[in-house]
Design a protein around this ligand. Sequence first.
Ligand SMILES: Nc1nc2c(ncn2[C@@H]2O[C@H](COP(=O)(O)OP(=O)(O)OP(=O)(O)O)[C@@H](O)[C@H]2O)c(=O)[nH]1
Length: 394
Amino acid sequence: MQFLTEYLKTQNAILDELQQLEQTVHGSIARSIWQYNQTQLEALVAGLIKMPIIEGVELLDKDNKAMIDARSYLTSSVPLSTFSTQSDIHWSLNNSQIYLGSITLYSSSQVVLDRVLFGFALIAVTAIFKLSLLFWLFVWAFNRYLATPLSELMLQVQDVQLSQDSTKRIHLSHTEDNELMQLQQHINNMLCSMARDRERLLEDEQAKRSWLEQAVAKRTEALQISNEKLKELASKDSLTQVLNRGSFFEMAQQLLSLAQRQKSTVSFILMDLDLFKEVNDTFGHFAGDKVLIHCTQTIQSLLRKSDLVARVGGEEFAVFLPDTGLDDAYRIANTIRQTIADSTLEIDNKTIAYTLSIGVVCSEPDDELIDELFKRVDLKLYGAKDKGRDRVEK
Ligand SMILES: Nc1nc2c(ncn2[C@@H]2O[C@H](COP(=O)(O)OP(=O)(O)OP(=O)(O)O)[C@@H](O)[C@H]2O)c(=O)[nH]1
């Protein structure tokens, strides 16, 4: 439909052009005919026929006989349809018009078609050019305002994700006041609130950890106290509160090893209450316990703090004297014996007296084990018993 409209419009335009051409050449042709100048007439027609919109020129004389009939096409390729404009040719003489003939200019559907197609081609080329321009404009705008900022945004988000730095934020290099800028703002707000949450969590965790550490420290302290109490209980004799046999031998062994390294002498005193069974039998077991406690306190009062005292049997006491030779040890042992022998105990209005038999030895340079000293001192003790009790044997 558009093609048909275009075709008709173009045809009318060509008709107008043909008429204008006729007007233009009208005077020259009239003169040529009036002057019988055939050469000039033919030249004019040849000029006309060369024009692209003219397919044929026909000149008729006043008797309608053909003077010139020129065609731009061969007779073998006649156009499908032709259209023409015709006008009469007059010559003015003494204010009268003399009729000389007529001129007909032909054009064809081919000319119209060519022009219409040329118009369409022009429109198509313009459209393609405009479309290309629009396409590249779109590509440029897409890249500039969307693709490039988006890929930059993705890279920065990735960077923030991989980084341990919670203060990192998104900063796009080219930001317009658009959705991307809002997106950047939203992401940064989200990162801020995430950082705040993380800080809060860390603070909570820190508080919980310090609470836990305090609780553990308190618990450890309580355990240490309990352990120390247990150790003390395990290492001490419950009645007399001096060392028991096990811990005495352990500590004495360490002190003996140290003394051997330092090449000093240590002494070992072993004491046994004389006829203690009689004390128990006469005054009772409770009184016997009091005697044992009295004996312990008396021994302790006569020793240095660095000496070890232990209850190593029912009524048997051991003393380990670091850095002490046999004579000094003997003197100490005898003082203990004498003090005990001189003392009495009042229990339930009854006076109790008791004595000790004591053995004393000192270490030899090749003594490595405390058991060796114990064996020797045990023999000395039994020597004291054998010799009548209440005495010290060295
Ligand atoms: N009260 C009391 N008596 C105890 C304790 N441990 C042991 N005994 C008593 O000590 C006495 C030891 O008697 P024996 O081994 O016969 O020795 P002894 O009577 O002292 O005679 P000798 O050692 O030969 O002088 C026993 O009667 C035990 O019951 C104790 O913890 N408390």
